[in-house]
Design a protein around this ligand. Sequence first.
Ligand code: HEC
Ligand code: HEC
Length: 323
Amino acid sequence: MKSLRHFSVGLLTAATLSACSAPTPSSIRQTFRYPLVNGLVPARMTMVTAWDYPKNPLLDTRLDDSTLSREIKWGYRIFTNTPGEAPRFAPGKMSCNNCHLNGGQRERAMPLVGVAGMFPEYNRRAGRLISLGDRIVDCFLRSQNATGRLASDSAVANPADDPALPTPTSREVLAISAYLTWLSRGATMGTNPSSRGRNTLAPATLVPLNALNRSKGEQIYTDRCVSCHGADGQGVAVGDRKAGPLWGPDSWNDGAGAARIYTLAGIIRYAMPYLDPGSLSDEDSQHVAAYINSKPRPAYPFKSLDYQVDPLPSDAVYYPKRK
Ligand code: HEC
Ligand code: HEC
């Protein structure tokens, strides 16, 4: 396993580097051995940089002992270890960081730097303006499958009605908001960061859903993904890092953005495989996404409330067809 040895060397180097590059009051950015792109880890870096956080609140000497500073730090810890730090809203094994790599600070892995100042924003799934808190709640409810905690006999009509589910005023949601808003300090309010929305495949490259081939996807998975994600899709430990489950009861639920084939393909296309990101073709990333999203995953119980204003997207394959 040549590649795995490579990881541990990378891990040691990363640890050594962060230890030597103590942040100074004028710069909270850590120094790495490669140039950052607008403050983000470049998209083409391999897994040796998985442990790098360009801005790490735990190392920022400017953060004092105020409540805000403490919550920013906790928000970062929740983001990077969601089941450990926010267990009541993360019954599965996903962390925010599994999809938003490097603490939300990696190019083309749905980075969250500069995003806070874009909310409230119209959201098609909700059919209304949503706040940053609403957006975080949505990733908890769906990507983290917080609804997996609902009692099996729960009959609430709306997630906001069940005290077991996160709301924009839940402590964990506020702490993540504090971390993400801190990541956006210095960005211009209302100016879309150029790094945003770059995990979307160009419309001209989309393969019609009925032409996507799951067996081809499975072959790509076996060739390019299985070493880190495992034959069972549950993730293999690499150093102290482990990918989140790609399917099954501990994965994201069927109401998540990643449960849409083209959305998932856009994540994979630019962020994976982690040893050579960007190397899959547009088409192959769609076959492998179709394979992953043909697998069972937890059911999001409030799907009928989604897309009531805007049309149901064609790639939301777990939703019942609508007239
Ligand atoms: C299974 C993968 C996955 C996980 C896990 C996940 N997210 Fe997301 N997240 C997404 C996708 C997909 C989007 C939508 C991206 C888009 O619309 O282009 C998104 C969008 C977001 C956005 C809005 C970004 C923007 O530019 O508007 C925020 C904020 C966010 N997630 C925060 C979180 C937080 C906090 C967690 C953990 C509680 C989390 N996410 C966990 C996949 C994930
Ligand atoms: C070298 C190891 C490696 C390879 C190869 C690899 N991945 Fe990953 N992948 C990871 C790690 C590690 C994470 C989580 C990143 C983190 O938490 O920092 C991840 C995250 C993901 C995620 C986010 C959701 C989740 O459950 O973690 C998806 C989707 C994904 N990989 C798909 C793929 C696909 C598809 C392939 C093959 C084309 C692939 N990966 C190849 C290591 C790898």
